[in-house]
Design a protein around this ligand. Structure first.
Ligand code: C5P
Length: 406
């Protein structure tokens, strides 16, 4: 229920993507939002007002002169209590209207009439040529200058049969964007590199050694950092989680691949967070062919070699300016307070997040202890996204102090 109590005006303009607006309306409701739908006349050619009314549970408004508004001031009444206006789909023509302050239909009128504190977000939906047309791009630039936030557009195949930029984002992506819009932008302008998930160390082409890390905490942190305005790169071991919207993801399998991907991308990063449960050892004599059982039943003799410590390698690149700010995770099975503080010192990093491994791997919630130079702080048990947001704000606080010092 990430949007609990939020009042959203959902505006629909003419476009095939109106079919996604139905799903979006439902998804917003599922997140606890109350949704007031307003449609342009063009939108009604693509989806019926009755459908949107049923999905939102509220009367749909199409017309400034709607007799259901006793005072004939739909443009005022519908926006005064709103927490945000989201136009999805937003056609090229509607972007033109917004960019020029047009107010000749209810939806454009209420956008112009909205109180200054009510944010306006648009999810463009149009053919690639229309999106790339210089006139559209002029309107986009104007909207951005006016403080309107664009959600998307995405890239891919389009209803007209062409392919390219201009697709409306999917309903879940739009919901993620809307949720993110309500978060504080404490990492605006920062670049954040995160490792997540387990690694997989091959024994032979069909077998390997891995661990129980689900990647949930690392993925939650990637999402929270992006919500906070950061540009996020996620280097991920094998997990079955969807990539948080707007996060660049690089998939790897082994600790060595994770190390190489991190070291290739670490330059210019402001924050590095090592959440991955990296295998300490790899099989040094991994076989190119599947290992067969032997007649005498003797097991294969595996030899191990130690993997590079990625976090230590990144900490070793920290420049005089102090970037990247390195954050480590430690999964212990006991005596977290002593081990955590000692591990932070040993790793030579400013912040270490400790948890009890078997109480977090695969779980949806967790409790963690933050260790820094001033001691330790407990973050109470919460779901991983809530914890991730708290961690992001703790990290932001610390790098803010650091920027002031350097
Ligand atoms: O020493 P330990 O494995 O407990 O340290 C955990 C921290 O170090 C985590 O942040 C983990 O992502 C990181 N790590 C790493 N490379 C390794 C082992 C651990 O980056 N080879």
């Amino acid at each position: 229920m990430e949007l609990k109590g939020k009042r959203i005006v959902l505006g629909l303009t003419g476009g095939v993507a109106c079919y996604k607006a139905a799903e979006l309306c439902r998804a917003l409701g599922k997140q606890g939002a109350s949704v007031q739908v307003v449609m342009t006349e063009a939108a009604t050619h693509f989806i019926g007002a009755v459908t949107m009314q049923a999905l939102s549970g509220q009367p749909v408004y199409l017309d400034q002169w709607d007799a259901r508004m006793a005072n004939n001031m739909a443009h005022i009444d519908l926006t005064r209590n709103a927490d945000a206006i989201l136009i999805a789909p937003c056609s090229a023509d509607f972007m033109r209207k917004l960019a020029h302050g047009a107010a000749d239909d209810l939806l454009s009128l209420l956008c112009v009439a909205r109180p200054r504190h009510v944010p306006l977000h648009v999810a463009p939906a149009m053919n690639v040529e229309m999106w790339e047309n210089p006139a559209t791009q002029r309107n986009v630039a104007q909207l951005l200058e006016d403080g309107v936030k664009l959600f998307g557009p995405g890239c891919g195949s389009q209803a007209c049969g062409e392919t390219g930029l201009g697709r409306m984002l999917e309903a879940e992506e739009l919901v993620e964007e809307l949720i993110a819009s309500f978060q504080h932008k404490v990492l605006a302008g920062r670049r954040v590199l995160i490792t997540a998930g387990p690694t997989f160390e091959p024994i032979d082409p069909v077998r390997g050694i891995t661990n129980l890390s689900s990647g949930k905490m690392g993925y939650a942190l990637a999402r929270a950092a992006r919500e906070a305005g950061a540009e996020v790169t996620l280097v991920s071991g094998p997990v079955s989680l969807p990539t948080p919207h707007g996060v660049r993801r690089i998939d790897v399998l082994t600790a060595q691949q994770m190390h190489d991907a991190v070291m290739a991308g670490v330059e210019g990063q402001h924050v590095f967070i090592g959440v991955a449960a990296v295998a300490d050892w790899r099989v040094a004599n991994a076989s190119d062919q599947k290992i067969k059982k032997t007649a005498d039943g003797a097991p294969p003799q595996l030899e191990f070699a130690q993997n590079a410590d990625i976090l230590a390698a990144v900490a070793g690149t920290v420049s005089l300016s102090g970037w990247p700010y390195c954050v480590g995770f430690a999964a212990e099975s006991e005596q977290l307070e002593q081990y955590g503080a000692a591990k932070r010192e040993k790793k030579g990093i400013p912040l270490l997040v400790g948890n009890i491994g078997h109480q977090t791997f695969g779980q949806d919630d967790n409790t963690v202890i933050l260790f820094d130079e001033n001691g330790h702080t407990v973050l109470e048990r919460a779901d991983k996204l809530t914890l991730a947001r708290q961690l992001v704000s703790e990290i932001a606080k610390r790098i803010e102090q650091r920027s002031l010092l350097t």
